[in-house]
Design a binder for this molecule. Structure first.
Ligand code: PBG
Length: 325
């Protein structure tokens, strides 16, 4: 076809035309809202590198979940910051640990919202790595037992979905087996399947107080340069029993999201991580970008790439915007 037979602008004339031919839609049903829970009462501590986001004590956390529920958000994703950290991450799987108490309170007071828990040890270890150390590296197989214990303790407390983010080999199988053994064969696993060793996690490490005290996470998280390897990670997690797979971060990895969508048929989640969120918020604060429109465009691009579910700190803001349009 040659110009002027086809004139793309004919169908862009006004919002009704645009609405009618729009290919990608965003619903509040597709959003997961991550939250940080800290010890204490009456605590709402803003995270400086994530404008608008705070750490909450359990009482405020429950309120925030109520807010999210009112906005129609189906699920929250919880991260816990414990009172005490140690070499073995003991508070990660303690029956009365911060996250276990948080789950119980949400389930009592806002039972309608799904509680997803991040299963990882980095917030709970004194060294800030995602597992048990052997010399200066993480001991994969020794870590599996603790991850499985942690996941089971979340299920016991009432979690609806567990989401392992540690990137140890074999963790999905270890967690699936432990959950099944304890009678939790109905609890799904959302696997951080293709999780890259990304600088975009910077602000999160302030929020979760989980920066590694030495070294970095490149011996367990993926090299940002690899795409074929991401497919292997995803197929492994599926073979081991994952119910939902995730790509993380989202916007710098849209090609990975698209590949996973094309090659696998499980529900696919993408995590718009702290750095992606912070960049947009910071530029908006400077007056350099329109914060709301940029956020919607970023989220839409992640949907268009093929994500079914998007984990975003802007979930409440987006839910409000979707209501008003
Ligand atoms: C825990 C974990 C991290 C994130 C989610 N789970 C940090 C990391 O791997 O260092 C990052 C989330 C974000 O940046 O928003 N391992």
């Amino acid at each position: 076809m040659q110009f002027p037979v086809y004139r793309p602008r004919r169908l862009r004339k006004n919002e009704n035309f645009r609405r009618m031919i729009r290919e990608t839609h965003l619903w509040v049903d597709q959003l997961i809202y991550p939250l940080f829970v800290v010890p204490g009462e009456g605590v709402k501590r803003p995270i400086s590198s994530m404008p608008g986001i705070s750490q909450f004590s359990v009482d405020y956390l429950v309120q925030e979940c109520g807010e999210a529920k009112k906005l129609g958000i189906p699920a929250v994703l919880l991260f816990g910051i414990p009172e005490k950290k140690d070499e073995l991450a003991s508070e990660a799987f303690a029956g009365d640990g911060i996250i276990q108490r948080a789950i119980q309170s949400i389930k009592e007071r806002v039972p309608e919202i799904l509680v997803i828990t991040d299963v990882c040890l980095c917030e709970y270890t004194s060294h800030g790595h995602c597992g048990i150390m052997k010399g200066d590296d993480v001991d994969n197989d020794a870590t599996l037992d603790l991850l499985a214990k942690t996941a089971v303790s979340h299920a016991v407390a009432g979690a609806d979905i567990v989401a392992p983010s540690d990137m140890m080999d074999g963790r999905i199988q270890a967690i699936r087996r432990a959950l099944d053994q304890e009678g939790f064969n109905e609890i799904p696993i959302m696997a951080y399947a293709a999780k890259f060793a990304s600088s975009f996690y910077g602000p999160f490490r302030e929020a979760a107080e989980s920066a590694p005290q030495f070294g970095d996470r490149r011996s367990y998280q993926m090299d940002p340069a690899n795409s074929r390897e991401a497919m292997r990670e995803v197929s492994l997690d599926i073979a081991e029993g994952a119910d939902i797979v995730m790509v993380k971060p989202a916007m710098p990895y849209l090609d990975i999201i698209r590949r996973v969508r094309d090659e696998f048929d499980l529900p696919l989640a993408a995590y718009q991580v702290s750095g992606e969120f912070a960049m947009i918020r910071a530029a908006a604060q400077m007056g350099w970008l329109d914060g709301e429109r940029t956020m919607m465009e970023a989220i839409t691009s992640i949907r268009r790439a093929g994500a079914d579910i998007i984990i975003t700190y802007a979930a409440c803001e987006i839910a409000r915007l979707l209501r008003s349009t």
